[in-house]
Design a protein around this ligand. Structure first.
Ligand code: GLV
Ligand code: MG
Length: 317
């Protein structure tokens, strides 16, 4: 299983060359250069040029490079795609499509991308699509959106637009709406997105937390979606990067334990280990389902570059 880590997805306004330059040096797994809501309408044409320049100049290390274009209900989408992909296609990993409501909006982007790829000699189908779910209709259609194109890599929760779309009584993105004193108001949405992502082998990404000075608040909110199994979260400020990288990585002891489960299970199910189906590892009984859980944690740890400490070895070794 190969997983490209997307623990921290850094939002950078395309209209701000200083932020674009600074983003190169931050330790985020992914950057997305924004042409949508962080850019004023009058600045959009200039932002396209900034984004193309920032991508072609390079210096992004091994970050996943994404550009968020405008959604299909606007006048900007087609030009965003054409200018960015013609100008910087080889330096681009994915386009992020915001406010996706129906599968055909993903199909439309796939078709346009294919045309630009063919016209410019780019490898057909290499540039991926990240689909942002930001309203009720998008959530209802999330399975069809997830499978609308083989280019789709991630499903992203857009909490701010979503809160507006469902008339949630709150202005604080990511925090519980006042008066909601049981459970988590976002649980259903996050779980629905996660189910669609897992059913179709995509990554599920949590959206922004706008109280950028509140590191504890960011950790708390990120911790909830990480606990469910989401793969990462948007970060809006350099201080949020390290927290996201930590919260969406397995804990060191869980990573080591997962690798040990895999080694022990491989040994005990083999001829030399007695071809057993379930065995004890320390105080814990492990079986095939334990192996599957361990595979997930180990894959996330490996993708995050974690290292093992003491290794399990077969009895008698
Ligand atoms: C992000 O785009 C959001 O609406 O939260
Ligand atoms: Mg939004």
């Amino acid at each position: 299983m190969t997983l490209r880590s997307r623990r921290s997805c850094l939002a950078v306004p395309g209209s701000n060359p200083r932020f674009l330059e600074k983003a190169k040096g931050l330790d985020a797994d992914q950057v997305f250069l924004d042409l949508e809501d962080a850019v004023a309408p009058l600045s959009k044409p200039g932002a396209r040029q900034n984004v193309v320049a920032a991508l072609t100049e390079g210096g992004w290390g091994d970050k996943i490079r994404v550009v968020r274009i405008n959604d299909w209900t606007t006048q900007w989408t087609y030009r965003d795609v054409i200018e960015v992909v013609e100008g910087a296609g080889p330096e681009l990993d994915c386009l992020m499509l915001p406010k996706v409501q129906t599968a055909d909006q993903v199909v439309a982007l796939d078709l346009l991308l294919t045309q630009v790829e063919l016209a410019t000699g780019l490898k057909r189908g290499r540039i991926g699509i990240e689909a942002q779910i930001e309203n009720a209709l998008g959530l209802i259609n999330v399975d069809a959106i997830a499978t609308a194109s083989p280019r789709v890599e991630t499903i992203i929760f857009g909490p701010a637009d979503f809160m507006a779309s469902i008339n949630m009584k709150s202005l604080v993105v990511g925090e519980q709406p006042p008066g909601h004193d049981v459970g988590d108001a976002y649980h259903y949405i996050l779980m629905r997105i996660l189910m669609a992502a897992r059913a179709h082998d995509l990554q599920a990404i949590d959206g922004p937390y706008l109280q950028i000075r509140d590191g504890d608040g960011f950790r708390r909110v990120a911790g909830r979606s990480a606990a469910l199994g989401l793969d990462g979260k948007w970060v809006l400020h350099p201080d949020q990067v390290a927290i996201a990288n930590e919260v969406y990585s397995p804990r060191q002891e869980d990573y080591e334990h997962a690798e040990n489960i895999l080694d022990a299970y491989a040994h005990f199910t083999s001829e030399a280990g007695g071809a057993k189906g379930s065995v004890m590892l320390g105080d814990q009984m492990i079986d095939e389902a334990s192996r599957k859980m361990a595979l997930v944690v180990a894959a996330k740890g490996r993708a995050a570059g974690m290292e093992r400490g003491d290794r399990w070895s077969p009895p008698g070794d």
